[in-house]
Design a protein around this ligand. Structure first.
Ligand code: NZQ
Ligand code: ZN
Length: 390
């Protein structure tokens, strides 16, 4: 049965090249703005200059150095700047890490108590978030859809954890999506973006049949789009505007809420993947690709109806026994990921069975013990999946 749902997404998307002068109309004139960005890419490729121009005469401060997989430790320094400088508007310029980090700063600056309690997962009290500073984003890396959702994933270096939080107050007010900003991305980050978006669709689609025809076909259309453009985006010697634009908009739609109405969700691949990044510092998307085929194989009974539907509608697999069709669909999925030069096993990163023990111990420590759409994916099944992905 189609599940009851709310759909809410207040983020204003400003899509297209060279529109950063429109920042002026989207931020209050009297705002004191803090621009947050990552390493050097945003400055080196001129985006920070364009953003500053768009902000005109407003008071503007910068906070550089938000890491890939942004850390609590660094972001608390930004929270201190916000408080000391009476900042009242944040602007993220970057990929998922910078936007996630900005969400944390926005909420932590207004949180009544220790911001660690915005999180659960065995490290905080997971208290409700009642407000956050307003913020916008300028997206430079299509992948996470953080530019149009309310979620954020933060790494706690001291506590050895990577955990998410979200609230109705942490949607960006606006996000600029300029496909030409992706032209400077290295091949590895382009591939990561395609894979992350692909797996976001899977987490919401590859569960069991709920009869949600609209949502299913949105998912299948986005999967087909990524399969069509993915290899071109990653391998083209010259970037093609339409491919980059379709990539950007597909990645945003993969996790902005439109694939959620009426359907169950899985997210086990992500929860296990976060532990892999946390312990072994492997890029987020690469952890997902490394375990997805094993996840589908181990869970093929629970996911049978959707695996068959996916195989038929996305890959045109219509012959063979159910089992043969499911195997073919999983093989096609793995081949697609590999075609982007993203490995589909953990052994590609030299992990061994001993590492699996450490990962399972962390899943338990962070309360990731009842995963997937049925809540029946125990640490023992996580172990089975991890061992199968070696
Ligand atoms: O630091 P700089 O120099 O800016 O370099 C960045 C960074 O090293 C570089 N980059 C970004 N835009 C560029 C560029 N290089 C050249 N040209 C450009 N235009 O790319 C590197 C990676 O950036 P990052 O933001 O870390 O990548 P991504 O967007 O994949 O974000 C990953 C983070 O998002 C979280 C992940 O866990 C991870 O921490 N996620 C957030 C989600 C959400 N909020 O909904 C969902 C996801 O599943 C995911 O968990
Ligand atoms: Zn992801």
């Amino acid at each position: 049965m189609i599940q009851p749902f709310d759909f809410y997404n207040p983020t204003h998307i400003v899509f297209g090249p060279e529109r950063l002068n429109e920042l002026d109309s989207l931020i209050p004139q009297e705002a004191r703005v803090l621009i947050l960005f990552g390493g050097e890419s945003a400055r080196r490729f001129g985006t920070i200059d364009k953003v500053r121009e768009g902000l005109g005469k407003r008071t503007v401060l910068e906070f550089a150095g938000v890491e890939a997989n942004p850390t609590y430790e660094t972001l608390m320094k930004a929270v201190a700047v916000v408080k000391d400088e009476k900042i009242d508007f944040l602007l993220a310029v970057g990929g998922g890490s910078v936007i996630d980090g900005t969400k944390f700063v926005a909420a932590a600056a207004e949180f009544d108590g220790d911001p660690i309690d915005m999180f659960g997962g065995g490290i905080g009290k997971q208290l409700p978030i009642h407000s956050a500073l307003p913020f916008g984003s300028v997206l430079t890396l299509p992948a996470t859809a953080s530019e149009m959702n309310a979620g954020s994933v933060i790494t706690f270096v001291e506590k050895g954890a990577k955990l998410g939080f979200g609230s109705a107050h942490t949607f960006p007010k606006f996000s600029f999506l300029d496909p030409t900003l992706t032209y400077t991305l290295p091949k590895r980050q382009l591939a990561n973006g395609i894979v992350d978006a692909f797996v976001h669709i899977f987490e919401q689609y590859m569960t069991y049949d709920a009869g949600a025809l609209v949502t299913d076909r949105f998912s299948e259309g986005l999967l087909q789009t990524l399969i069509e453009i993915g290899p071109r985006v990653v391998n083209d010697s010259e970037p093609d505007y339409n491919d980059r634009a379709n990539f950007m908009w597909a990645a945003t739609n993969a996790l902005n809420g439109v694939l959620r109405p009426g359907v169950p969700q899985d997210w086990a691949t992500h929860m296990i993947g976060h532990e892999i990044t946390n312990l072994f510092h492997i890029d987020h998307a690469r952890t997902l690709a490394a375990i997805l085929p094993a996840m589908l194989t181990v869970r093929k009974t629970q996911k049978q109806s959707k695996l068959l539907q996916y195989g038929e509608r996305v890959w045109g697999i219509t012959t063979g026994t159910d089992d043969e069709r499911i195997t073919a669909a999983i093989d096609k999925t793995a081949a697609f990921l590999e075609s982007l030069e993203v490995p589909t096993s953990l052994s590609a990163y030299d992990l061994t069975a001993k590492d699996v023990d450490a990962l399972v111990a962390n899943l338990i420590a962070h309360d990731q013990v009842k995963l997937s759409e049925h809540g029946d994916l125990t640490p023992e099944i996580s172990r089975e999946i991890l061992l199968a992905s070696l």
